[in-house]
Design a protein around this ligand. Structure first.
Ligand code: AMP
Ligand code: MG
Length: 409
């Protein structure tokens, strides 16, 4: 049985980030991972422009202005944002200018409106600018054309989409989405829309996994319920591995008579790297890699809680790494204070699901109510974090701090 840390290392080492890219239109790029560095042919700002509503001046004209001896200037034109200046400024002249408008040639400084008095076509400067160039945003100050604007391996969200739009990057090269297939194994399972016969169990895992993957922008290929019979399992898994980057099944990975997954993965030439992990819930976790097919197989335990906890702990970072993210794909842990006492974890790293909240600028963890059983998916609802109790811990008293795994929300 592997420790959680060893299993994580083996799993993440087996993941080779995707590199194939595709071009998508800018509005469709949200949430995608940038495949190549983006450069712009434009400087930012594109030209010297004003950071204030005020007057464009020559600094040397107005450096000595004051309330007692204001400097008088002729207003030669109005420059609105979006319209280039028509005239060049000479000594003794100024132009009315608005935020974002181009600074006219001859001017080098902006005096804010509040430090002027207007009198027809003339103004008085009653307070001098603090320095040459005040309130001028110089061309190229934020970015020089041709240098990298955005680096590959980042997820495109609102701020990055704004940058791409400003750079007039209308088609964006992004990494293709991971292809993920999911299936539920178990002869006892029925789909939620089917009548339930005595002894049957509703297949909740497939829906949970589809929703989990949807959070990363992945639309899973749902292969449905597969009975615990080796030929049907073998055929479904073999086909799934041909197409998918990652195949995820639940159930059939324990040591029971109907647990066939490991044997089938071996028959299909899989390199089984993880067979069981010292984690609670989730011990019978299986991971195999198929080098020739460039695909990975996760056999998650069938218990609904074990399936989700192992998905959060191991599958999430694997998928994020696979997606081509250059950083930020590792699981995220924070230190939180537990509101309630948490149980001992003699031989397996124990994950207690519940909610983390920020109060008084600190993380606080509240474990879910009800019974903690790997089969009890009812109290899993509203989970946004799992407290981690290390192997050998005698238990954590209320008010103590411990490490908490944050889930994607
Ligand atoms: P297994 O790992 O196949 O031995 O399954 C362990 C337990 O989880 C059994 O009680 C199963 O009925 C239950 N289970 C397995 N697969 C699912 C599923 N897809 N949805 C809900 N419960 C499941
Ligand atoms: Mg089963």
């Amino acid at each position: 049985m592997l420790s959680v840390a060893d299993a994580e290392r083996l799993i993440l080492d087996a993941v080779h980030p995707l590199t194939d890219s595709e071009g998508v239109r800018l509005p469709d790029a949200t949430g995608r991972i940038l495949a190549t560095a983006v450069r712009s042919q434009l400087d930012f700002p594109h030209w010297d422009n004003s950071a204030m509503d005020g007057y464009a001046v020559r600094f040397e004209d107005v450096a000595a202005a004051s309330g007692q001896s204001p400097v008088c200037l002729d207003v030669i034109e109005d420059i609105a944002a979006g319209t280039p200046p028509q005239k060049s400024l000479k000594s003794g002249q100024t132009a009315r200018i608005f935020t974002g408008a181009m600074v006219p040639s001859g001017a080098d400084t902006i005096v804010m409106q509040e430090n002027t008095r207007r009198d027809g076509d003339r103004i008085e400067i009653v307070q001098p600018p603090k320095a040459l160039g005040e309130f001028v945003r110089h061309r190229g100050r934020f970015y020089q054309a041709g240098t990298p604007l955005l680096n590959p391996g980042i997820r495109l969200q609102a701020a990055e989409i704004a940058v791409l739009a400003a750079a007039q990057c209308n088609v964006v090269k992004v990494i293709r989405k991971p292809r993920v297939a999911i299936l539920s194994t178990g002869s006892e399972l029925v789909a939620p829309d089917q009548p339930l016969k005595p002894g049957q169990i509703v297949d909740s895992n497939q829906y949970a996994l589809a929703a989990f993957l949807h959070q990363f922008g992945i639309e899973a290929l749902r292969l449905g319920i597969v009975a615990d019979t080796p030929p049907s399992l073998r055929q479904t898994i073999q086909e799934a591995l041909q197409w998918a980057d990652v195949v995820i099944s639940t159930g059939g990975v324990s040591v029971g008579d109907y647990d066939y997954i490991e044997g089938i993965l071996e028959e299909l030439g899989g390199d089984i790297q993880v067979r069981s992990v010292a984690i609670k819930p989730g011990k019978p976790l299986t991971m195999a890699s198929f080098a020739k097919l460039r695909s990975l197989y996760f056999g998650l335990p069938g218990n609904p809680v074990s399936a989700l906890v192992t998905a959060w702990r191991f599958v999430q970072p694997a998928l994020l790494k696979l997606s081509g993210l250059s950083h930020g794909w590792h699981p995220q842990f924070v230190e939180a204070t537990t509101e309630l006492a948490l149980p001992a974890a003699p031989s397996r790293e124990t994950y207690i699901w519940g909610q983390v909240a920020i109060r008084d600028r600190h993380f606080h963890f509240n474990c879910a109510g009800g019974s903690f059983s790997s089969g009890n998916l009812v109290n899993l609802a509203q989970t946004n974090a799992c407290a981690v109790i290390p192997v050998g811990s005698p238990g954590i008293a209320a008010g103590e701090r411990l490490s908490v795994l944050l889930l994607q929300s």
